[in-house]
Design a protein around this ligand. Structure first.
Ligand SMILES: NC(=O)C1=CN([C@@H]2O[C@H](COP(=O)(O)OP(=O)(O)OC[C@H]3O[C@@H](n4cnc5c(N)ncnc54)[C@H](OP(=O)(O)O)[C@@H]3O)[C@@H](O)[C@H]2O)C=CC1
Ligand SMILES: O=C(O)[C@@H]1CCC=N1
Length: 267
């Protein structure tokens, strides 16, 4: 890809995306510029990736960009950013990664006729090649304008916009649920007397192996549990305690809270 990427906001998520697209050769570092109000972030990005940065939104950079990524937080000054994009006469496709903020709101803020716009929610597993980005496109953008960019930092699922908040709370926050499960499982091993290193190693192996079993067999987890839980045995006794706990509802409440928060952040 010989296009130019201009990111407004150079925080954690923008950095993860930029690191991946450079590594996967979707953009050359010389074709990426980041605008960020934080001196510390600009210095870090310049030193770590050899990309250009700017403190102020530059007309020239906006006009030269093929893709402008809006990567600030929902509570940051989106309307000033949108105003400067409008004033720049850019022809770029605009990609917003801002959680919760709708295409309708972005179109309204940008106020550019027939603006090519994608609202995405990137995953946080960009360094691994795993993890889906959820993407919704407005009526004025072609998938080809952004598809290679999105695939440069993982997998992409194009979804109707009404699903994107759910996608955010369930799939993009998804690794957080798994990290929590892993942490608690490791602690259980330590509680039972294993040293930390061994407990962590065994839990990680089981996490990867169980994921591979689900993928390779295509079986429902209940079928795999039936195989593992012998009559009156170890597994079924552990199962009884899990079934008797808040385990399932706790996970489901956490996902619902994440979806709810995504919707509230965008208002
Ligand atoms: N982190 C994640 O896991 C995910 C994040 N997202 C979305 O990505 C977006 C960014 O999140 P994240 O990277 O974590 O946040 P960060 O706080 O790490 O990054 C935001 C950056 O933007 C800078 N900034 C704020 N206002 C402006 C402005 N007007 N012009 C230029 N730069 C500005 C901030 O500077 P300063 O700190 O000085 O204000 C900061 O460096 C959010 O909208 C979030 O919803 C989406 C998916 C996953
Ligand atoms: O919590 C956050 O801000 C990000 C957005 C989606 C998931 N994590």
């Amino acid at each position: 890809m010989t296009n130019k990427l201009y990111s407004i906001g150079g925080g954690q998520m923008a950095e993860a995306i930029i690191r991946a697209v450079i590594k996967n050769k979707v953009f050359d570092k010389s074709d990426i510029t980041v605008n960020d109000i934080s001196d510390a972030r600009r210095t870090l990005l310049e030193n770590s990736y050899g990309i250009a940065t700017s403190e102020n939104l530059s007309n020239d950079d906006l006009a030269a960009a093929d893709i402008i990524m809006i990567a600030v937080r929902p509570q940051d000054d989106l309307s000033s950013i949108a105003k400067k994009i409008k004033q720049s006469d850019t022809k770029a496709a605009i990609v917003s990664i801002v959680a919760g903020v709708t295409i309708d709101k972005l179109e309204h803020l940008l106020d550019i006729k027939d603006v090519a716009l994608a609202r995405i929610i990137p995953n946080t597993l960009t360094d691994t090649g795993f993890g889906y980005t959820g993407a919704s496109l407005n009526d004025h953008i072609e998938k080809e304008q952004v598809d290679a960019f999105f695939k440069g930092f993982g997998k992409v699922e194009y979804i109707p916009e009404e699903l994107i908040d759910t996608f955010t709370g369930y799939a993009v926050a998804g690794p957080n649920y798994v990290y929590n499960f892993y942490k608690d499982l490791c602690n259980a091993g330590v509680l039972a007397g294993l040293n930390r290193e061994l407990a962590n190693k065994l839990a990680l192996e089981n996490l990867k192996g169980a994921a591979a079993m689900l993928e390779q067999t295509g079986k429902h987890p209940s079928e795999l549990l039936d195989i593992n839980n012998s009559a009156g045995g170890v597994g079924i006794n552990a199962q009884y305690e899990l079934d008797n706990s808040d385990f399932s509802a706790g996970i489901q409440r956490a996902v619902m809270a994440a979806v709810r928060t995504t919707k509230e952040l965008g208002k």
